[in-house]
Design a protein around this ligand. Structure first.
Ligand code: NAD
Ligand code: TDX
Length: 341
């Protein structure tokens, strides 16, 4: 079987490629990635020489490039991770989010219709459900929760999800969608909360916590997300949405304090800064459907996953130091400059 993995040079896509090559050694994986600021070929170094792996640089919104690849590879399955993924960047500059996340999805699905595939899988997010209030811990996102977005990022992901379901109903394209909670683990780009805090704490730099740090996220170790997608593309039902999350809710402040404790750094590094506009309060996934239908359960507890993640950042400093000393420096000073002064 040939699987095209888009966005495979990013955080979750690369972890998914490693997962597939390890668990399904007979399958061929073709990664299509534009190599934006978030894509990194060094991440894929260990699989570049694998005979079942091919990397192709290209934009999912470029129909000619996508059609050429489909003609060459005749893929069975497409797993679409490619996206602009950072909420703060979507608030600064929404345009590219709509182009990649919505139009890119359309281009990929049109190619699927043209060439025929067994499954188109959309990697989506719990953010399409909006947020839950802090004072209702009994509430969770189910697959029936209405779409209700807050940021240009989540709106673009929701737009893509609606388009995917429309292609199922109108054209009969065999699709599936997973909506996962916040991931953490190796190769997470250091603009996101956990790797940002690890990398800055190691340099004894201030840690910018938005608002009061009371917002809650439902953290899942990246390999558990990859296992869920693997199950859905092989055994999940067509036209269905599956929520993915491990019931691990934590406030941002607790996450940052946990990291500081593990690194032996003082809490005085925490700096409360101006809140993110439209900041979602709480995400919490009900994963009953994927558990009942496909037997999925998360394998990594947060205490273990955060330890593995911190160790990975300690052992792979060249990977993230190269990123934070490059173009990312301009983003950081532009975005956080006023907040941290
Ligand atoms: P990421 O930003 O680390 O990686 C995105 C990858 O997509 C990069 O390699 C980038 O080069 C590539 N890309 C961007 N635009 C492209 C384009 N036009 N054509 C081809 N490639 C392009 O993102 P991530 O955190 O790995 O997220 C992957 C997917 O999972 C996204 O769709 C995101 O919405 C979703 N998701 C992420 C999380 C999370 O916690 N990180 C949770 C749920 C869902
Ligand atoms: O400097 C920061 N300070 C801070 O307090 C940053 C970068 C974040 N935060 C807060 C905002 C959020 O409440 O931490 C929380 C997590 O922030 P992000 O890492 O930016 O993730 P989030 O906005 O929750 O979105 C993530 O999960 C869902 C991914 O980036 C999305 O791609 C995914 O869809």
């Amino acid at each position: 079987m040939t699987i095209i993995v888009t966005g495979g040079a990013g955080f979750i896509g690369s972890n998914f490629i490693f997962y597939e090559l390890k668990n399904h050694p007979d399958d061929r994986i073709v990664c299509l990635d534009k190599l934006t600021y978030a894509g990194n070929l060094e991440t894929l170094e260990s699989v570049m020489d694998n005979k079942n792996f091919r990397f192709v640089k290209g934009d999912i919104a470029d129909a000619d490039a996508v059609n050429k690849l489909f003609e060459e590879e005749k893929p069975d399955i497409i797993v679409n991770f490619a996206a602009e993924s950072h909420v703060d960047r979507s608030i600064e500059d929404p345009g590219i989010f709509l182009k990649t996340n919505i139009l890119g999805t359309q281009v990929l699905m049109d190619a699927c219709r043209k060439y025929g595939i067994k499954r188109y899988h959309q990697v989506s997010t719990d953010e399409v459900y909006g947020d839950l209030p802090l004072d209702r811990p009994d509430l969770f996102f189910t697959e029936e929760t209405p779409i209700h977005t807050s940021s240009p990022y989540s709106s673009s992901k929701a737009g893509a999800d609606l388009l995917v379901l429309a292609y199922y109903r109108t054209f009969g394209l065999p699709v599936s969608i997973t909506r996962c909670s916040n991931n953490y683990g190796p190769y997470h780009f250091p603009e996101k909360l956990i790797p940002l805090m690890i990398s800055r704490a190691l340099a004894d730099e201030s840690l910018p916590v938005y608002g009061k740090g009371e917002n809650i996220r439902d953290w899942l170790y990246v390999e558990d997300h990859c296992a869920a997608i693997d199950l859905v593309i092989r055994n999940g039902r067509e036209g269905e949405v599956y929520n993915v999350g491990g019931h691990n809710e934590m406030s941002n402040l607790d996450v940052v304090k946990t990291i500081l404790k593990k690194l032996g750094k003082p809490e005085s590094l925490i700096t409360f800064v101006t809140d993110r506009p439209g900041h979602d309060m709480r995400y919490a996934i009900d994963p009953t459907k994927i558990h009942n239908e496909l037997g999925w359960l998360p394998q990594t507890k947060f205490e273990d996953g955060i330890e593995l993640t911190i160790d990975w950042y300690l052992n792979n400093k060249e990977w993230w130091k190269k990123i934070i000393s490059g173009e990312y420096r301009n983003y950081f000073s532009k975005y956080y400059g006023e907040r941290l002064n």
